[in-house]
Design a protein around this ligand. Sequence first.
Ligand code: ADP
Ligand code: FRU
Length: 291
Amino acid sequence: MARILGVGIATLDIVNSVAAYPPEDAEVRARVQRVGRGGNCANSLVVLSQLGHDCAWGGVLADEPDAARITDDLNSYGIDLGPVRHLAHGKVPTSYITLNQQNGSRTIVHYRDLPEYRYEDFQTIDLSRFGWLHFEGRNIADTARMLELARASRPLTPRSVEIEKPRPGIEQLFPLATVLLFSRDYVHAQASSDPGYFLHDMHRRAPQADLVLAWGEAGAWALSRSGQLMHSPAFPPPQIVDTLGAGDTFNAGIIDALVRRLALTEALEAACRLAGRKCGHTGLNFVGQYA
Ligand code: ADP
Ligand code: FRU
């Protein structure tokens, strides 16, 4: 087990479950509504803490009532909020999510108007406490400086970076990570659709990193820093009920497996198994539950 620091966002998620995905301009009734905490980094930490890791979160919170939903939830998993930057004004990022009960698909409309976590905030954290550092690929200039600081001061501590969206300049993070966690959306945004081809291309830019690419119901691919390409199928549950946070769960599965010193090929399969189980449960509180 490790002490893991995650830097990224936590959100308020308003999730409406519908019988079928509505056409544009329709008016439909949600069958169920749940309101809770989300956010890629926070989701991954919540899963990692259920796997027994000691987690801390570095992100931004606004001083407003919805922030309590986020802090209450993270506290309930024992996640250390010491590195959080608190702002007197603003609104926590909010996602309006439509969950299709037919196939578990999630469609997200995200609203955000909150400053990002800064290098100055990160600089105050004692990195020697942590055995793994995980970052969302956002706020690129500051995140690059965080990664450089981590690399210089704790060269042996692994640094995973999630590359989910094609943000301007995000490639400058590639050489600074030891593990890069790509999404299918990112690959498509590069006008690519071939996982193997994409990963070999990325390997040229980040030869120092293990590269991982989740691909929904087709499982996931990885390319080790030594150049070995591998694939794991997905492990669908008996019924797919909720794919929200499947990618964040998958990332947690990779980090957990690599902390436990599994080989990359084993980590890939373990992460697909974990994310598959998640798809059979509503929400992220599933790890201790019977599969
Ligand atoms: P995101 O949540 O970012 O859209 P993906 O859709 O790529 O993430 O899914 C992440 C992982 O979750 C996949 O690699 C796979 O292992 C698992 N997964 C996602 N959708 C399914 C599904 N329909 N059946 C089984 N496993 C799935
Ligand atoms: C799921 C998720 C949601 C959040 C959105 C942020 O991966 O983290 O919980 O609202 O993505 O982009």
